[in-house]
Write a protein that binds this ligand. Structure first.
Ligand SMILES: *[C@@H]1O[C@H](CO)[C@@H](O)[C@H](O)[C@H]1NC(C)=O
Ligand SMILES: *[C@@H]1O[C@H](CO)[C@@H](O)[C@H](O)[C@H]1NC(C)=O
Ligand SMILES: *[C@@H]1O[C@H](CO)[C@@H](O)[C@H](O)[C@H]1NC(C)=O
Length: 153
């Protein structure tokens, strides 16, 4: 009996070890937004959702500039013809990115904001590096609820 319990406990510990290493593996994420000839929103509380193939590891940030902004203090984001960087650390995702949506509350997404493209990438220890460029090449015509691109299988 004691032997059985020890064996069960051991299995449980191994299970915990595997579960926690897969939860703890953190990757560096980077997103680059290339704005075209018209500027983007100046109200910065944009949300971004980036879906991964298979759904596991989907990213959902509700305040992009505050949480991910990597251009330093005092920088004005989304000016015309600019390339703005965003960075964060998150659990590594098993598959590549397949869909992106930028969300704002009503009126926050500047209509006519021309997005050339958005590149998202991730890298981490022992993980295949992932990168995807979403080529928008279009103005945002909707004010609400979002601008999205990509297709998930
Ligand atoms: C993304 O847009 C920038 C200009 O804003 C351009 O230089 C770059 O080549 C584009 N990248 C892709 C992959 O289309
Ligand atoms: C952005 O680039 C376009 C095309 O190169 C140019 O016509 C326009 O004047 C630029 N706008 C600004 C604000 O730099
Ligand atoms: C993203 O997060 C916000 C706030 O936590 C939540 O309201 C929203 O439903 C989430 N969206 C998705 C697609 O998970």
């Amino acid at each position: 009996m004691a032997k059985l319990i020890t064996s069960l406990a051991l299995h449980f510990l191994i299970f915990l070890a595997i579960a926690s290493t897969s939860i703890k593996a953190q990757c560096d994420y980077e997103m680059i937004v290339n704005t075209g000839i018209t500027r983007g929103p100046s109200d910065y509380k944009l949300g971004v959702i980036i879906e991964a193939i298979g759904g596991e590891g989907t990213i959902n940030t509700t305040n992009l500039i505050k949480n991910w902004g990597a251009m330093g203090r005092g920088y004005t984001y989304f000016l015309p013809n600019s390339s703005d960087k965003f960075r964060t650390k998150l659990p590594c995702m098993p598959n590549n990115f397949c869909w992106i949506a930028i969300k704002g509350k009503k009126g926050e997404l500047n209509p006519h904001w021309y997005i050339n493209n958005i590149t998202v990438s991730t890298k981490g220890p022992g993980v295949i590096n992932r990168m995807k460029t979403f080529r928008f090449l279009e103005e945002i015509v909707t004010v609400y609820p979002d601008a999205s691109h990509g297709e998930c299988p």
